[in-house]
Ligand binder design. Structure first.
Ligand code: AR6
Length: 176
């Protein structure tokens, strides 16, 4: 789907294998020292240098984002976002929206042309995926008019049900 010249893609895959994206986004925790899920996969693929750089920028709170190098990953940068823990950090929809908004603005500031996101907060942090997808697409579509450099935004879902849910959520935004 294209919004004001920016392509939004929904794909099934692994966030660490997005070779054609300038930056990938990590669903981190406030310590920025790695963890499970997306965070574990990104740190394993990037190598130990990533933790050195990211942990020096910690702590960051829910909704915030920082940028580091990508080391052994095939991308130029990693943006680390901390999503809200569902039911704990409130208002969770605003905090989740801040993750997407802050990540897009950081990438734009670096003049990057492409960014790949996982579904932040929808794993260990327990955010219901359908609600999270609505917040994600609404925020992305709101921020797009600010963007001059970013031309491609890719959402990478790990499994088929998550992919289908996001594909439908994006279509619903389009027809609204
Ligand atoms: N590529 C794309 N998506 C993935 C991948 C992958 N390689 N691996 C998992 N997912 P989570 P959170 C999906 O738990 O909820 C960590 O321990 C997964 O199916 O990674 O923001 C951190 O250190 C889910 O839909 O992130 C934090 O402590 C989504 O990515 C905490 O978990 C996000 O799941 C952050 O929790």
């Amino acid at each position: 789907m294209k919004v004001s010249g920016v392509e939004i893609q929904v794909v099934q895959g692994d966030i660490t294998r997005q070779e054609d994206m300038a930056v990938i986004v990590n669903a981190a925790n406030s310590s920025l020292r790695g963890g499970g899920g997306v965070d574990g996969a990104i740190h394993r693929a990037a190598g130990p240098e990533l933790k050195k750089e990211s942990s020096a920028l910690a702590p960051i709170g829910p909704g915030q984002a920082v940028i580091t190098g990508a080391y052994r990953l095939p991308n130029r940068y990693v943006i680390h976002c901390v999503g809200p823990v569902y039911g704990v950090h409130k208002p969770e929809d605003e905090l989740l929206a801040s993750c997407y908004r802050n990540a897009l603005r950081l990438a734009e500031k670096q003049q990057l042309d492409s960014i790949a996101f996982p579904a932040i907060s929808t794993g260990v942090y327990g955010y219901p995926m359908r609600e999270a997808a609505q917040v994600m697409f609404k925020t992305i579509i709101e921020v797009i008019p600010e963007l001059k450099h970013i031309k491609k935004i890719r959402i990478v879902l790990f499994d088929h049900p998550a992919y289908e849910l996001h594909r439908q959520a994006l279509e619903a935004c389009h027809t609204e």
